[in-house]
Design a protein around this ligand. Structure first.
Ligand code: NAP
Length: 510
């Protein structure tokens, strides 16, 4: 344990071995991994908000729930027999993350209300010099666990500042805004909108939904867990493990359709079309809601009531686009204005331009955003040439369309743990992935992505960055990622900082 560390966790130490930025699923995955291996590991987690939980703390919109089965969307090292539903609701997931943080000793290593301002790699001392809203510190290793879906994006339409009513983004829901009897415009029809629109229509006077691209929607096989299941999970934990394994295995079969044989996806399209026919009787509306691209090209939406809701007489679907916001309302593509009291933006996030990339400066003094210039790239979605001792959770090309991101995060955590062990055992104070290794890796990833449904399915999605490169999706089975990250492959890294670090710094790391 580093002696430079202050005794009180609420005050920043001057130096820490591992600094984790962010306490969502990703930050908790790596912190728990390090602390489970060694309760006295020198790790500090900083979190800009007042609590842990990341996206599951921030997104509190009505109906917010996970659309991946909870048996899989939870930590393998922290099974819970208490989930109420097969697809857990947001408050339950947030409570689970708080409990996991407490049970794994992370609360004692956590400083909340502490926002990263910048982090610069200092070649002379081979440390990260970190500035935060609560002061400065140095770190040997920096783990960016800042989330891909943490910064809300608003549409770039004129007049947004002129609106005289109430306006908010789905990720920062305004719970003081009473929607009863209000005329509401909802912009966006993604995974968030499908969850909250059915929840607000009964209260609102009418709801106008601005749809840019129709989504493929399939039923969500959600149900409450029975007392017998909970009893079994508590008494015979192997049963819960078996359920998790079977959900995992079943979901991996989707990869075949998404990456190798798109014709296999036809069956899912037929299922989605049948769902649409069952829920929407009107032919015109059905036509509006029928996607013109291959299923899974964009994220498939799971809902039992979204399509039915859109068919209600007090709900209107506008598909000519939102062109302008005025003081009184919203203007569609035909120039018609609708007067509304509230606008809710369900327009998503900017995962390919994460703000943290502008805050990190590598060996050459340039920011990560400058290195990337619109196309995020890393090695194993985790390490980046030119940025020694930086590890990124949920980095480039680690997102999934079919399974649980928690599986990927735990794989990354194991890899980072291996890198830290390597650092501790050798004489290197810094590790940097070799540029040619990163380049080769990304060439192979791009090659694998070329034929996938995300690149060829005929849709525009946030999987493709501003240069048109798919820098978001993992292109094959997730067990391949697990296999690649199981062992830290030191041979693909160069040591940095040997001889450059001053004696005092080296003493602090030993
Ligand atoms: P999203 O999937 O990015 O959807 C944004 C929606 O806004 C899309 O329908 C998009 O249309 C629309 N949009 C964006 N700009 C627009 C504009 N200028 N005018 C009109 N429409 C516009 O965002 P999200 O629904 O918040 O979900 C984000 C991600 O969060 C999801 O993909 C998922 O990974 C995650 N999420 C997960 C869960 C879960 O249960 N696990 C729940 C919610 C969200 P286009 O389709 O045309 O771009």
């Amino acid at each position: 344990m580093n002696t430079e560390r202050a005794a009180t966790p609420s005050i920043l130490p001057t130096h820490v071995r591992t600094l984790v930025v962010g306490a969502g699923f990703a930050g908790l995955a790596i912190a728990a991994r390090l602390l489970r291996a060694d309760r006295s590991a020198d790790v500090l987690v900083i979190e800009r908000a007042a609590d842990v939980g990341g996206t599951w703390r921030d997104n509190t919109y009505p109906g917010c729930a996970c659309d991946v089965p909870t048996s899989l969307y939870s930590f393998s090292f922290a099974p819970s027999p208490d989930w109420s539903h097969t697809f857990a609701r947001q408050p339950e997931i947030h409570a689970y993350l708080r409990k996991t943080a407490a049970e794994n000793g992370i609360r004692d290593r956590l400083v909340t209300g502490c926002e990263l301002v910048s982090a610069d790699w200092d070649e002379a001392t081979a440390r990260w010099r970190v500035r935060t809203s609560l002061g400065e510190l140095t770190a040997q290793v920096l783990v960016a666990a800042t989330g891909a879906l943490s910064t809300p994006r608003l549409p770039d339409v004129p007049g947004i500042g002129d609106f005289g009513g109430t306006m908010f983004h789905s990720a920062t829901w305004d719970h003081d805004c009473d929607l009863r009897g209000k005329r509401v415009a909802v912009v966006g029809t993604g995974a968030s909108a499908v969850q909250f629109v059915p929840e607000i229509v009964d209260a609102a006077e009418r709801v106008t939904v601005f749809q840019r691209t129709p989504a493929w929607v399939i039923p969500r096989p959600d149900r409450t867990l029975t007392r017998v299941e909970k009893w079994l999970y508590r008494r015979i934990p192997l049963t819960q493990k078996a359920v998790r394994a079977s959900v995992y295995a079943y979901r991996e079969t989707y990869v075949v359709g998404m990456t190798k044989a798109p014709q296999v996806l036809k069956a899912s399209e037929l299922m989605a079309r049948a769902h649409l026919r069952r829920q929407v009787p009107g032919r015109d509306l059905r036509r509006k809601l029928t996607p013109g691209y291959r299923i899974t090209c964009k994220r498939v939406l799971l809902s039992n009531d979204w399509l039915r809701t859109l068919a209600r007489p007090d709900v209107e679907v506008v598909d000519s686009g939102l062109t302008r916001v005025t003081e009184r309302g919203v203007v569609d593509g035909s120039g018609a204005e609708r007067v509304v009291d509230v606008i809710i933006f369900a327009t998503g996030f900017s995962p390919t331009e994460p703000p943290v990339a502008s805050q990190l400066r590598g060996r050459d003094g340039r920011t990560l955003a400058a290195h990337w210039s619109g196309s995020p790239a890393a090695y194993l979605g985790t390490t980046i040439a030119g940025f020694p001792n930086l590890f990124m959770m949920y980095g480039p090309n680690t997102n999934l369309g079919h399974s649980s991101i928690v599986y990927m995060l735990e794989s990354q955590a194991a890899y980072i743990d291996g890198a830290l062990a390597h650092l501790a055992s050798g004489d290197a104070v810094g590790l940097e992935v070799r540029p040619e290794v990163q380049a080769r890796y990304n060439t192979s990833i791009s090659g694998l992505l070329r034929r996938t449904v995300w690149n060829t399915g005929g849709c525009a999605s946030w999987y493709l960055d501003s240069n048109g490169r798919n820098s978001v999706m993992w292109p094959t089975f997730t067990f391949r990622f697990r296999a690649r990250t199981k062992r830290f492959d030191a041979e693909n890294y160069q040591s940095v900082g040997i001889g450059a670090a001053d004696d005092a710094a080296e003493a602090a790391w030993s």
